[in-house]
Design a binder for this molecule. Structure first.
Ligand code: AMP
Ligand code: MG
Length: 419
């Protein structure tokens, strides 16, 4: 990992002591060197893993020109008018090619996927053919080269079919299988330890006393980390006390590549947490010009990266998606696809004050005219976790924005692109 980067300064382009989202992302990215360890695995086990090699195709797919339809393979030089007759001299099945010669005025019955006989260049679909013994009559105008799939039209021999750094999706498994590839090199899984901090937190199964709440952050974090296909180490709930906190952090640093905590980084708590983290590693406390998720601690404890997320349930998810997930993906060696934010009409007013970037929770829907639009989920408090559960996207409102009137265009970030 590269050298440590200092706390926000007055030189930062935003209001004093606030860091912009981009600046925070850059500072995080600057501290991350992708892990290089890799392993070889069977094709199916590569699903969701990050590829550690360029896959060069050893073959053409398809390997031969073949038929895209059930019908008749003909020579285009036989095409005349809208109706003409040919003599059928054989049959080609998928996996059982026709071995003979096709002369002028002749054709071969051919099934989908069967190798196109060398002498033929066109397939006529069977629906346009009348059969009378070994003679067929073709009706309707025919185009040369129709209904033929060409050698190498899917993948050409020598093509870089999938690139190093790609996260393998179901289609990739099929594509690799179509090349006859049984094993691939993948990056090793990241180990991520996480725990919640807070004297008020109880784990599910325990009884709540007045003022206590169930710990939900460990569950949202578990879910988001699983989607990234990392190995998770759930270290439970740790009370707001120096001793247990120090001990758990050190244990996590021994076992994991990354440590994620929630709670304890807001102004009220930060001071003693700050002192303790300063003993253990190099951790900065940022105030990011965003909502929800303003406080964030980031740095290193021993050899592990450390993310101290705010405690509010929505803030945890927003800061995870915006900062932690891209960082983990980079650490895993993933080359991340370009963001797929887009603009749609928002059907309700949104109240906002200028100054901070907001991630409001939105629901993309199709209206009666078939148009994709977005509406907010309602209450946007950082403790309203139902807003995340109901949403399928973030509505992105930049620092300058001071509210939205219904039927204005807004930018949305679909959850599906966030993994
Ligand atoms: P903190 O950042 O520790 O000041 O916490 C901010 C708010 O989030 C408080 O209302 C906490 O009770 C709540 N909170 C903190 N951690 C969790 C958690 N793991 N699950 C649910 N709520 C939490
Ligand atoms: Mg707390």
């Amino acid at each position: 990992m590269s050298e440590f980067i200092s706390q926000p300064s007055c030189a930062d382009p935003i209001e004093q002591n606030q860091l912009s989202i981009d600046a925070a992302r850059q500072r995080i990215a600057a501290l991350i060197t992708p892990l290089t360890a890799w392993q070889r695995c069977a094709l199916r086990d590569a699903l969701d893993r990050v590829l550690d090699e360029d896959i060069i195709s050893p073959i053409n797919v398809p390997a031969h020109n073949n038929s895209a339809m059930d019908g008749y393979a003909i020579k285009s030089s036989d095409i005349v008018d809208d109706s003409f007759s040919l003599k059928q001299v054989g049959i080609a099945f998928a996996g059982q090619p026709f071995q003979g010669t096709v002369n002028q005025g002749e054709c071969v019955r051919i099934m989908t996927g069967a190798v196109l006989p060398n002498d033929c260049d066109t397939v006529v679909m069977q629906e346009q053919v009348a059969v009378n013994d070994d003679m067929i009559t073709i009706h309707g105008s025919q185009q040369k080269a129709s209904n033929v799939r060409y050698i190498g039209e899917d993948v050409k021999i020598g093509d870089v079919t999938l690139s190093k750094g790609r996260r393998i999706i179901p289609a990739d498994l099929g594509l690799l299988a179509s090349l006859g590839i049984a094993e691939v090199n993948i990056r090793r899984r990241l180990r991520v330890a996480f725990f919640s901090t807070g004297d008020e937190l109880k784990s599910i199964g325990e009884t709540l006393a007045t003022g206590q709440i169930y710990d939900s952050n460990r569950y949202t974090l578990y879910g988001m980390l699983k989607r990234l296909d990392v190995e998770v180490l759930d270290m439970g709930v740790v009370p707001d006390q120096k001793g247990p906190l120090r001990q758990t952090l050190l244990q996590a640093a021994q076992q994991a590549d990354v440590i994620i905590t929630s709670g304890g980084v807001s102004v009220g708590d930060a001071d003693y947490v700050k002192d303790m983290l300063a003993e253990l590693g190099q951790v900065d406390f940022w105030k990011i010009a965003m909502r929800p998720g303003r406080p964030l601690a980031f740095g290193q404890i021993e050899n592990a990266l450390f993310f101290g997320l705010p405690g509010n349930p929505v803030s945890v998810m927003v800061t995870f998606y915006q900062f932690v997930a891209p960082a983990l993906r980079k650490l895993m060696g993933e080359t991340q696809p370009a963001v797929t934010n887009f603009q749609v009409i928002c059907t309700n007013d949104i109240r906002k004050r200028a100054g901070r970037f907001e991630y409001q929770r939105g629901i993309l829907f199709t209206d009666d005219d078939g148009q994709t639009k977005v509406k907010t989920t309602g209450g946007q408090g950082s403790g309203i976790l139902r807003s995340m559960s109901a949403a399928n996207c973030f509505i992105l409102l930049d620092e300058q924005c001071d509210g939205i009137c219904a039927n204005s265009l807004v930018t949305v970030q679909p959850f599906s692109g966030l993994i």
